[in-house]
Design a protein around this ligand. Structure first.
Ligand SMILES: Cc1cc2nc3c(=O)[nH]c(=O)nc-3n(C[C@H](O)[C@H](O)[C@H](O)COP(=O)(O)OP(=O)(O)OC[C@H]3O[C@@H](n4cnc5c(N)ncnc54)[C@H](O)[C@@H]3O)c2cc1C
Length: 498
């Protein structure tokens, strides 16, 4: 039984092997998973991609979904569609719950349905989730920014807060806590979120309400670090802070979040003082925790995990003792590589080349070498910061660069076209095309989390539906026979004697 695999009795039953060709299993459909699979398109292998969502997610633009600029479809195309033209690729929905490195099988589950898939080579690209630094209960009140669910929930909470404020004003109640938005974490995502909420409040929504003035909304960016955007260096950090403040964002640095509840949060400063901020809409953009699959791999190989749960890999991205297993992207700890898309893309391409090369009897490429193409963060329309090699850019030039790079990496031609149109609407005009939000987007996740097995509790067990369907069929047949009898015997409209 593999570590982390709690269903050994079914494990042997459903091993799926597609052909006698070399079988590559790829876990994840993010940057590592998708680019790794694509890089194997000309190889003499079958690739099975197993991912827990049906889409490839372009995480860098999640904040634009959360703030109504883009739709979820534009940043999350169906993986199946993206890979439709790649004959050797097979996409399977499933959350991987077990990996047995000795048996070379991966166990995945969907709604209580289990599948075991065998492999000759494995690429693990399961990424990272949000870290609340041991305070997971904060998540209920301050959603992170890692998935489409997160972005849609945040969209509902942000636009919903303005609606509740208008309602509170109509009822003569206080509105301050409804018109205060707190973003925790002053890295690129936090800066982008804070900038966009400020633009929403001060520009987009300013004429839409009658009783409240959205221009008076407070947007607060909080971080325990002493500067914003630490990886961009002190100068760009200071520039960004100044521009954010120019947009009306209050930047609280050296402020550690110690409590979060429905109504607000508490921050603690270095001098021991603390401050409560009342705000119903909060965004958590601080800290990441690598996929729990890292622990499963660590237990079987002895490869250590770092504090963020990232697994130490060999210089060729393989695991000690298992040269057929590659781990790429946000899950790895190697030479202080950052958790950015290019590390995942380049790592996955490297792993694919290594697998292809081995099959062709070629020598190894040598250790994985990361080529840093630069980093950028957008602050608001026409303002961004960028670092490319030794070059530091700010303002419109950096913003244009951001636009071109994100357009280039956005998957799918139609998504690029619609994204450009939406950006024109939001950046040249002041509209937001995607302001729709529903009650379910805000509350369904919490409702699901109250079920012991989540969505699995809402569907029938495998096989159970068939019995129920047969019972229902018999009922319908009986009902149809009765209907026909009543008509044939002219019993319709005839008084029924009691
Ligand atoms: C809000 C945000 C903004 C960002 N902005 C930038 C940016 O501007 N520039 C930049 O370079 N990087 C940015 N990043 C980081 C970048 O997105 C990641 O470094 C990159 O996505 C890592 O790729 P990955 O393949 O390792 O993981 P991911 O892209 O996260 O993919 C992980 C995949 O694994 C799947 N998965 C997870 N667990 C399982 C499981 N148990 N079973 C099956 N499937 C599983 C997931 O569904 C997903 O498909 C940002 C990240 C976020 C969250």
């Amino acid at each position: 039984m593999a570590a982390g695999d709690n269903t050994p009795e079914t494990a042997e039953r459903s091993v799926a092997r597609r052909s006698d060709r070399h079988q590559v299993v790829v876990i994840g459909s993010g940057f590592g998973g998708l680019f790794g699979t694509k890089a194997l398109r000309r190889s003499d292998v079958d690739v099975t991609m197993i991912a827990k969502t049906t889409h490839h997610l372009f995480q860098p633009l999640l904040y634009q979904v959360a703030t109504g600029i883009l739709s979820e479809g534009e940043i999350a195309p169906p993986t199946r569609e993206v890979l439709a033209g790649q004959d050797n690729a097979h996409v399977l929905l499933g959350e991987v719950t077990g990996i047995d490195l000795d048996k070379r099988v991966v166990t995945s589950q969907v709604l209580g349905r289990e599948l075991v898939t065998s492999y000759d080579s494995l690429i693990v690209a399961a990424g990272a989730g949000q870290s609340y630094f041991g305070n997971d209960h904060f998540a209920e009140f301050a959603p992170g920014m890692k998935s489409i669910d997160d972005a849609l929930e945040l969209r509902g909470r942000i636009f919903g807060a303005f609606e509740l404020a208008e309602l509170a004003a109509a009822r003569g109640e206080p509105t301050d806590h409804l018109l205060t938005f707190v973003v925790v974490g002053a890295g690129p995502t936090g800066v982008e979120m804070a900038g966009q909420i400020a633009e929403l409040a001060h520009r987009t929504l300013k004429d839409d309400f009658r009783l409240i003035s959205t221009r008076h909304a407070r947007v607060i960016l909080v971080d325990a670090a002493p500067q914003v955007l630490p990886p961009f260096g002190a100068k760009l950090g200071a520039w960004t802070k100044e521009k954010l403040e120019g947009l009306g964002v209050e930047v609280l640095l050296g402020a550690l979040v110690s409590e979060v509840d429905e109504r607000g949060l508490v921050v603690k400063y270095k001098d021991g003082s603390s401050q409560r901020i009342d705000a119903i809409a909060k965004v958590w953009a601080a800290g990441v925790q690598a996929s729990p699959l890292g622990r499963i791999l660590s237990e079987q190989t002895g490869a250590p995990l770092d504090r963020a749960g990232r697994i130490a890999v060999n210089p060729d991205l393989t695991l000690p003792g298992y040269p057929e297993v590659f781990v790429v992207g946000d899950m790895i700890s190697l030479d202080n590589l950052p958790g950015v898309a290019q590390v995942a893309i380049q790592g996955a391409k490297y792993a694919a080349n290594e697998i292809d090369g081995r099959l062709k009897g070629k020598p190894s490429q040598g250790p994985f070498k990361y080529f840093d193409k630069g980093s950028m963060a957008i602050i608001s329309r026409f303002r961004a910061v960028a670092m490319v090699g030794k070059m530091r850019l700010t303002g419109v030039l950096a913003w244009l660069m951001w636009l071109v790079v994100h357009l280039f990496y956005l998957t799918g031609f139609k998504n690029r076209v619609t994204a450009v149109l939406r950006w024109a609407v939001s950046f040249l005009g002041r509209g937001r095309s995607e302001r729709t939000s529903t009650e379910q987007q805000i509350f369904a996740r919490q409702a699901l989390s109250r079920l012991s097995r989540g969505a699995t509790d809402l569907v029938s067990e495998p096989g159970e539906y068939d019995d129920a369907a047969e019972r229902r069929r018999a009922e319908l047949e009986q009902q149809a026979a009765e209907e026909a009898r009543l008509s044939d015997e002219n019993k319709r409209g005839v008084k029924i004697e009691s």
